[in-house]
Design a protein around this ligand. Sequence first.
Ligand SMILES: Cc1cc2nc3c(=O)[nH]c(=O)nc-3n(C[C@H](O)[C@H](O)[C@H](O)COP(=O)(O)O)c2cc1C
Ligand SMILES: CCCCCCC(=O)C(=O)O
Length: 361
Amino acid sequence: MAMVCLTDFEEYAKEHLSKATWDYYAAGADECCTRDDNLLAYKRIRLRPRILRDVSVSDTRTTVQGTEISFPVGIAPTAFHCLAWHEGEVATARATEALNTCYITSTYSTCSVEEIVAAAPNGYRWFQLYVYRDRKLSEQIVHRVEGLGYKALVLTVDVPYTGKRRNDIRNQFKLPPHLKVKNFDGLYHMLSQQETAGPEEYGIPANTLDPSISWKDIHWLQSITRLPVIIKGILTKEDAELAVEHGVQGIIVSNHGGRQLDGGPASIDALSEIVDTVQGRIEVYVDGGIRTGSDVLKALALGAKCVFIGRPAVWGLAYKGEEGVREVLQILNDEFRLSMALSGCRNVAEINRNLIQFSKL
Ligand SMILES: Cc1cc2nc3c(=O)[nH]c(=O)nc-3n(C[C@H](O)[C@H](O)[C@H](O)COP(=O)(O)O)c2cc1C
Ligand SMILES: CCCCCCC(=O)C(=O)O
């Protein structure tokens, strides 16, 4: 079967994964309004292409946090890659290394960070972090990934509690016994001894994330690390301003793929107010609903420095492991290059808001 666009991978994954795994990856919270709007919002945006600009040569390279990547699409943190492909995150890491882009490893990876780094030693990676009730556990993980050469910490702030994903409840979804969140090997006792730890959620002791985290914890995190801190899950200009004031180095505008608060905005619809507030003081990225190269172009035109894809990477894994993720990234790269050329842009510096037809928004 020729894979032509990202939805081909989605269809393949839906057909070949078990129902419970597919439902977990596809899940949105409650009625999935925000999950679905993430995609629809891109389709509402119209472009204003420029012509006759000699687009015979094009350059998709950009930088994130001062490091060059081959094109402005990275992999968002998603949990449990071994559910989709036996090599799990190791395959994802190899694919992103090969394509020279950024891979944000989830705390809840089913390969350990050590295995991931050993498999793709030259890859450019950030580590996604949650704050646990037991700060010592978060601290241990931070120091471990620093030592392994991760280049930034991505603190996810939209999961004080897990969103209500109806099919996961119906399926009683949990990680099968042969898989583990390997980063907790030898640390599970710290999780399960936390005061409020209850029955397992997804195979992880429940209530271990700290819902009391607040802006003061950003200072705590900065005090225990020398890595740049990027906050993932901001959707308003007010929080964007606070993020800048608290000295973080980046923001990922995200609603967690619509898996947390249902009824919040599509992430692309939240981007502009955040970009306008931040005024270039720190880098702003976006994830959620990116499925085509023209989606990438629209996000950059609205001010994102780079975008991240969540589910499509997992569909690529389900298709053919490392090769599947490479294909997903390559298709997005090719589509992005074509959209750039068709709208008269020769490089990412030429992409700006003039490309967006605001009267149609
Ligand atoms: C199956 C799945 C697992 C996820 N796991 C995590 C995670 O461990 N940490 C995190 O910060 N975000 C997680 N996310 C959210 C993604 O990082 C990202 O925000 C979202 O998938 C982007 O939307 P997209 O799937 O439409 O590209 C997960 C999303 C999915 C679909
Ligand atoms: C106990 C929390 C499990 C969350 C798993 C990873 C995630 O963020 C997701 O959206 O799924």
